[in-house]
Design a protein around this ligand. Structure first.
Ligand code: NAP
Length: 303
């Protein structure tokens, strides 16, 4: 068993900010992460809405956030947390056990799937959920992006630099994405195809087309595509919290108060797993709040 003042689960923007604040305040801090530190920020191409920076790639920002946390002494440990004992504040991972005085859950969220059998069949054979990871395989090919939010538009702009045949297919005639991203996509030559609801994917060994139902007419439309990138929203990673008996809100996110405290004493949560505005600066804010409140909890002797 390894002892730390603060154990943070998840090394995305929220978790790494908590790690920076916690270690800078003098706590011994462990951050458990089983994937690349940076979380979903790693999948974002050009982040141009940080008040302190010019546009920066998600990958570069993730590296900076990690280095900042480590520079104050936080330990980033490659381990997957598998359970939390909310009474004793012990976190069990696949490779170790960690005794904490306070815990911050910063487990983030992941891309939602459409949930169709044919989607699963072509995953990795033309269907992808990460343009930054897989876009290069589709150089010069016909590519569709399904979705209408910021993620879909950001991905389409990125893909337009690799292929000159990129279309965004949305199930409505309006988009959730910010206007500036819609404009960037239009300027980059991305076609916008409204009112098509995904129905199935077709092909042989690899993907050849995507079939949609027209929302207005009910007609079926088959669009040829060698690549389909699915960006239809995100779902919070709450399994650990649920298993530990931590309350969720009606939308399935971890319920926190204004101090980022969960329903279990000594356990805080921050970032996308708590819902709200899914922005890096928002994750930084809740990550900082959680760490400050965790520090107060630990030093007040209430643990
Ligand atoms: P989102 O904003 O929730 O948008 C999801 C999109 O997918 C919507 O257009 C939705 O359509 C569509 N959709 C959902 N289920 C679908 C289905 N079964 N079939 C077809 N389309 C479906 O998700 P997101 O783009 O992943 O963004 C998640 C959060 O991260 C948002 O809060 C976003 O602002 C934030 N984010 C911000 C930035 C940035 O600021 N640069 C970048 C990326 C993400 P409907 O509109 O019809 O529901």
């Amino acid at each position: 068993m390894r002892d730390f003042d603060l154990v943070i689960i998840g090394a995305g923007p929220a978790g790494l900010t908590s790690a920076l604040y916690g270690s800078r305040a003098g706590l011994s801090v462990a951050v458990l992460e089983h994937q690349m530190p940076g979380g979903q920020a790693n999948l974002t191409f050009d982040i141009d809405n940080l008040p302190s920076n010019d546009a920066i790639s998600g990958f570069a920002l993730s590296k900076k956030m990690r280095e900042r946390a480590e520079s104050f002494g936080a330990k980033i440990i490659e381990d997957k947390a598998i359970s939390i004992d909310a009474g004793s504040l012990i976190v069990s991972g696949e490779s170790g056990t960690y005794q904490a005085k306070a815990i911050i859950l910063a487990t983030g969220a992941e891309h939602r799937k459409l949930g169709m059998p044919s989607e699963e069949r072509f995953a990795g054979r033309g269907i992808s959920y990460c343009a930054a990871c897989d876009g290069a395989f589709f150089k010069g090919k016909k590519v569709l992006v399904i979705g209408g939010g910021n993620s879909a538009f950001g991905a389409a702009v990125y893909l337009s630099k690799i292929s000159n045949d990129v279309a965004i297919v949305s199930r409505r005639d309006r988009f959730r994405a910010d206007r500036c991203l819609v404009k960037s996509a239009k300027d980059a030559g991305v076609k916008l195809v409204p009112d098509l609801v995904p129905f199935e994917f077709r092909g042989g060994k690899s993907l050849a087309s995507a079939v949609f139902k027209d929302r207005l007419t009910g007609e079926t439309k088959e669009l040829p595509a060698e690549g389909v990138f699915i960006y239809v929203g995100i779902s919070p990673n709450v399994e650990l919290a649920k298993a530990a008996g931590i309350e969720l809100d009606d939308s399935g996110y971890i319920r926190v108060d204004c101090d980022q405290a969960t329903s279990k004493e000594g356990i805080f949560a921050a970032g996308d797993v708590c819902g709200g505005i899914k922005q890096i600066v928002a994750a930084w804010g809740t990550g900082a709040t959680a760490a400050i409140r965790a520090f107060e909890f630990i030093t007040s002797g209430r643990h």
